[in-house]
Design a protein around this ligand. Structure first.
Ligand code: AKG
Length: 267
């Protein structure tokens, strides 16, 4: 598929799968970096799984402390891909979210939009979700509601691995609809056959869900690298979003800063 077609799919559907985007060398960097991250969790890390029921580990801002994540950012095609998909002239890196579900982890990542977890506003906001292991219906699939980023709604955030609403957050347009209860009402697209090197790129307002890892032996390690494009501005929230940052930025102004550096500009 041409990069023009991939970009159009991203704009229209709110997500696109890019197969074979990264070499095995690049994927190995992510795996080595992930082991380091899990053995030395930072203060932003979280553990969601119940004792004895697998492990659901998350952490943020990986390249700031782990050289392998930095090298992936510098040497892989991830920035080019993100910039071209969004048709942006520049990219700010504002987060990298490591999400590891070990075999036997019963926690899904409940239906949600990413936007209310961020302190930014705009439409050119992309997650490059990169699995480090082959994915399957057992080890974890990712589903999207096609076009939901164009509904003009923002739903109240939920705690990703736990499912309860973040009470102190703004209610926005209320809780996300119960997609599972009436799946026939929605255009749901599920990816359950990804290989290391593939990437799912999705927009911050698209509704999505990731299933538990009920496999007995397959890890599901993934990193979501998050870029903001030309139209994105800083929007502080009156509640604590997924990661507490306090950059020296002006509400309504650009993200450019040490914390959210411009990592790519159009050639
Ligand atoms: O990997 C997961 O379980 C969830 C991923 C996700 O929701 C995200 O990156 O926004």
């Amino acid at each position: 598929m041409t990069s023009e077609r991939l970009s159009q799919n991203w704009l229209d559907d709110g997500f696109v799968a890019v197969r074979g985007a990264f070499s095995e060398d690049m994927m190995e960097l992510l795996r080595v970096g992930t082991e380091k991250a899990m053995s030395e969790p930072s203060e932003t890390s979280k553990e969601y799984a119940e004792e004895g029921k697998g492990r659901f580990f998350t952490d943020h801002h990986m390249h700031r402390r782990i050289p392998e994540f930095k090298k992936f950012l510098d040497d892989s095609t991830v920035k080019d891909l993100g910039g071209h998909l969004m048709r942006s002239k520049k990219l700010n890196l504002f987060d990298e979210h490591l999400l590891v579900k070990e075999p036997g982890t019963e926690n899904p990542s409940y239906w949600h939009q990413d936007l209310p977890y961020y302190e930014i506003a705009g439409t050119q906001i992309i997650s490059m979700w990169i699995p480090m292991d082959p994915t399957s219906p057992e080890s974890g699939s990712i589903s999207f509601v096609r076009g939901s980023h164009r509904w003009g709604k923002v739903f109240q955030p939920i705690r990703i691995g736990l499912g309860d609403l973040v009470e102190e957050a703004e209610t926005f347009d209320g809780p996300a609809p119960d997609i599972e209860a009436e799946p026939e009402k929605y255009d749901i697209v599920t990816f359950d056959d990804l290989e290391p090197g593939d990437c799912l790129a999705f927009q911050a307002a698209v509704l999505h869900y990731a299933s538990p890892n009920v496999s007995t032996g397959t890890r599901r390690r993934a990193v979501s690298i998050r870029f903001a494009g030309d139209d994105v501005t800083w929007q502080p929230r009156p509640y604590i979003p997924s990661v507490t940052d306090s950059p020296d930025l002006v509400a309504g102004g650009p993200l450019d800063s040490d914390q959210y550096p411009v990592v790519w500009t159009e050639a």
